[in-house]
Design a protein around this ligand. Structure first.
Ligand code: NI
Length: 142
């Protein structure tokens, strides 16, 4: 079993705001991230996969297939978008990077079976670098 991590980047705008909380509670919880006009991040996402080596090629994953899956399901969906308004998952859910990690994991898993054969390459972990100090991880399977 070998693990491989590949890195992707996209930039998005968001505003952290929870509909269940009052405006003052939102300001207390999220601070400047609750700014009504939003702000942006240059996210780096690491997608880690695992699987057996293909004996003939010596490869653990078809990188072109992985790139296509991540591009179609994640990068094209989020790059230069307003997550609150343009990603359906965040219409009623705060687009924290915690939630973004879970959404990315679920988007990749939704397309995984069409991309990779059963028993082959599996999704090991999603890691997102939001800022130099904030790094988030979620396991491939919930
Ligand atoms: Ni932010």
């Amino acid at each position: 079993m070998i693990r491989l991590t590949r890195r992707y980047r996209f930039s998005s705008a968001h505003r952290l705001h929870a509909a269940q909380l009052s405006d003052s509670e939102n300001r207390d919880v999220y601070g400047k991230c609750n700014n009504p006009f939003g702000h942006g991040h240059n996210y780096t996402v690491e997608v880690s996969v695992r699987g057996p080596l293909d004996e003939a090629t010596g490869l653990v994953v078809d990188l072109q297939a992985l790139d296509a899956l991540v591009r179609e399901r994640v990068v094209d969906a989020f790059d230069h978008k307003d997550l609150n308004r343009q990603a359906p998952e965040f219409a009623a859910t705060p687009p924290t990077t915690e939630n973004l990690a879970i959404v990315i994991r679920d988007r990749l898993l939704a397309g995984w079976g069409d991309t990779f054969s059963a028993g082959g390459t599996g999704l090991e972990r999603i890691r997102i670098y939001e800022t130099k100090r904030n790094i988030f991880e979620v396991n491939g399977k919930s």
